[in-house]
Design a protein around this ligand. Structure first.
Ligand code: NDP
Length: 256
């Protein structure tokens, strides 16, 4: 094994929702390995701050605004990345939301909002970026699942459905695009301290302590925990790894 195995110099890594939380943790991992990172989000101020963070680490990043539920905006984004950055080598479908309501209460509109943001966007983005990756001779797509790709819960039926779907979508693309030398994998984060879960800890009584008690690593994860898996799944180190769903969870999913 050589250090160059994880070298991403000259590569372009696109991270949806890369302006905070897990997305920014992964973006920093790509940048540390030499990639130019394209941060995609809706909140321009947050994205500008994320670019600054990566630049102050000594990395390269740009921010492009797009709502991943807007198909036309995603098509325009792929075109812009092609013309301004030479196309994506790595795509991370990370943008996500949750609406915490039980299945007898969540409305159809809320259901659609979660599915569109977490699952349909991964399909739309992957389809938009696939032709350019194929033309480049290969690439990496990384989809972000969840512990709710594996488990059910009373308070997040749409979220769990979207994250279960991410795993099967990942496997399907991995099979379809293996001949194009595109590896497609999913990451299943455990409980990570981000804006998303800061809200959950207010909404779900006892959640903070339950997570601590069940996680063998005895802590919540942090965005920096995703830099290493980003380097692995984004680089040639993972060229024979495809269709997997890798937990990054401090052991949460294997605890009895
Ligand atoms: P954050 O809320 O910190 O980040 C979510 C990101 O998604 C934001 O950067 C946001 O950007 C972006 N986003 C949301 N909707 C859209 C949209 N329509 N278009 C473009 N960008 C959008 O959450 P996390 O970092 O925690 O979550 C990242 C991913 O990890 C999600 O898919 C989440 O489901 C998953 N995950 C998180 C876990 C955790 O414990 N934190 C556990 C398991 C999975 P902007 O504000 O600019 O819209």
């Amino acid at each position: 094994m050589t250090p160059r195995l994880f070298d991403l110099s000259g590569k372009v890594a696109v991270v949806t929702g890369g302006n905070g939380g897990i997305g920014l943790g992964m973006a920093r991992g790509f940048a540390a390995c030499g990639a130019t990172v394209v941060i995609v989000g809706r909140n321009a101020d947050k994205s500008a701050a994320a670019v600054k963070t990566i630049e102050s680490d000594g990395g390269n990043a740009v921010a492009f605004e797009a709502d991943v539920t807007d198909t036309a905006a995603v098509a325009a984004l792929a075109k812009r990345i092609q013309s301004e950055c030479g196309g994506a080598d790595i795509l991370v479908n990370n943008a996500g939301i949750n609406i915490r309501k039980p299945p007898d209460v969540i409305s159809l509109d809320e259901w659609k909002q979660v599915i569109d943001t977490n699952l349909t966007s991964a399909f739309v983005c992957s389809q938009a970026f696939h032709p350019a990756m194929k033309d480049k001779g290969g690439g990496k797509i990384i989809n972000i699942g969840s512990m709710l790709s594996i488990f059910g819960t009373s308070f997040a039926p749409a979220y769990a459905a979207s994250k279960g779907g991410i795993v099967q979508f990942t496997r399907s693309c991995a099979v379809a695009w293996a001949p194009d030398n595109i590896q497609v994998n999913a990451i299943l984060p455990g409980w990570i301290d981000t804006e998303l879960t800061q809200r959950a800890r207010i909404d779900v009584a006892g959640l903070h302590d339950r997570v601590l008690a069940r996680t063998p690593a005895a802590r919540w994860g942090v965005p920096d925990d995703f830099a290493g898996i980003a380097a692995f799944l984004g680089s040639s180190a993972s060229d024979f790894v495809t269709g997997t769903a890798i937990p990054v969870d401090g052991g949460y999913s294997i605890a009895g």
